[in-house]
Design a protein. Structure first.
Length: 241
């Protein structure tokens, strides 16, 4: 079942083979992605338009429309990274779809580690071309928005799914105030969730990432409004013991 976690990166898989979709879903979900499945071109184009995924995995051999045409249609309104899947291994076919706007090409059968690595590379290229840094640094904290890893003074920090979702959304809006209502909707999918849940989650996150959880400086509280990741100026940060 697809996670309701809206701040997780979303991958859209357009493939008419259920076993391939299950295989890809399992791999990406282990990496913290939310996965949307589409069994044909029609469903895939609709999802690409409405769901605005961060990455698309597109099979060329679809039953209702050639995958290359799907690629062209998506490129008419979006520059989202697209990885092509195909049983065709010839150079001519690869060149054709790359010229149409694909970011990469994977030949079936394939290993999930290869697909995940190519997805990671495509997202990093997208961030660079968009002049967006995929790594957000605040004091001793480093958040890689593509690889979805967090380091505190060089040590990797293990976060729960909701803790990472909270941090990821704040990092995606670093330096800006994010309201309680925005966070409730992003993490729980509704404005009506008790705000106390958010406060508890924030307290747990700060215990893991703040050098001094009692005097938080990485995530600032904007009283009565919400939270903000990052300070307004340059500061000296204490070292952890």
């Amino acid at each position: 079942m697809r996670s309701m976690n809206r701040s997780a990166r979303v991958v859209l898989v357009i493939d008419d083979e259920p076993q391939i979709r299950r295989f890809i879903r399992a791999g990406f979900e282990l990496e913290g992605f939310s996965v949307i499945e589409a069994e044909n071109a029609t469903a895939g184009l609709k999802a690409a338009t409405i769901k605005t995924p961060d990455l698309i995995v597109l099979d060329l051999g679809l039953p209702d429309l050639d995958g290359a045409e799907v690629l062209e249609r998506i490129r008419s309104f979006s520059n989202v990274p697209i990885i092509i899947l195909s049983i065709e291994s010839g150079e001519q076919e690869k060149v054709r779809v790359l010229k149409l706007g694909a970011d990469d090409y994977v030949v079936k059968p394939f290993g999930i580690a290869e697909l995940l690595a190519r997805g990671d590379a495509a997202l990093r290229r997208y961030f660079r071309s968009s002049n967006k840094d995929p790594v957000v640094n605040v004091g001793p904290l480093s958040i890689d928005l593509v690889s979805r890893v967090v380091f505190l003074e060089g040590r990797r920090i293990q976060l729960t799914r909701k803790e990472y979702s909270l941090l990821h959304f704040l990092a995606s809006h670093a330096g800006l105030v994010v309201t309680h209502q925005q966070l409730l909707k992003e993490i729980w999918g509704a404005h009506t969730v008790n705000i106390q849940y958010l406060r508890i989650l924030m307290r747990k996150l700060r215990q893991k990432i703040e050098p001094d959880p009692g005097g938080p400086r990485i995530i600032a509280t904007e009283s009565g409004i919400g939270y903000r990741l990052g300070s307004k100026g340059r500061e000296e940060w204490p070292k952890l013991g």
